[in-house]
Design a protein around this ligand. Sequence first.
Ligand SMILES: [Zn+2]
Ligand SMILES: [Zn+2]
Length: 300
Amino acid sequence: MLPYSTIEDAAAALGRNLTFAETLWYNYSANKSDYFLYCHNILFLFLVFSVAPLPFVVIESLRSDSFDKYKIQPKVRLSFSEMVRCYKDVMRMFFLVVGPLQLVSFPSVQMVGIRTGLPLPSGWEILAQLVVYFMVEDYTNYWIHRFLHCKWGYEKIHRVHHEYTAPIGFAAPYAHWAEILILGIPSFLGPAMAPGHMITFWLWIALRQIEAIDTHSGYDFPWGFTKYIPFYGGADYHDYHHYVGEQSHSNFASVFTYCDFLYGTDKGYRYQKKLLRKMQEELRGSGEQNGGSYQNLKSE
Ligand SMILES: [Zn+2]
Ligand SMILES: [Zn+2]
């Protein structure tokens, strides 16, 4: 709820005219409570989760050679009904855990000082805060994820997320309810440390989810802007973690690669990549193709 009765009052308080984006925000949010604005996150979560993985569902169902060559584990194919089942399982979890958690967690948002008022943050401010959120989340998630790979953590909680040894976009938030709750901490830590505007918070939750869907997509396309993000792990990086499964002590980080590099938990992955490169060179030499997956290594 904005503390101005008219747009002119808002301009007077700011000492300047509102920008186009601020006018839009004023018109949309002036009479809405902060709690209602915060709850938009539930809608965005449902929306992003329902829409962002759809291109991968189409690609997986098409089974066309032009896309299949980018599939990381080509020997694992999920049927359309299997993908729908994964979607339904996650949606059930959203309704039972994530939605209610959002509804009751508003006091924490108020406490850390996420604001809804004017002026709106600049693009640079939003970008800087998002970078901080991603880095804080990545670091904290790394250690929690590593803990979840201890015997107790894996058997009691994390095993569920690893049911998909060749992940798909819909499987990104597929996890035990306790894991969903625990991983809420790294997601909230960044905004708690560097609180920003509600719009930045919405963007953060949506982008983090899109990133998780991308890294679980099962496809490593050579195009896409994420290839230009320094230290970004991507689909191939996290797919390897799922491929190895319970025994995995490699690639714990959720977004970037530097934590695994610093703490020496990417050695298995780097070794496999080296073997794959060697194998591809040999296959190229002998005129064969389709040797670029971990699965081919396993059958060797
Ligand atoms: Zn794991
Ligand atoms: Zn995963």
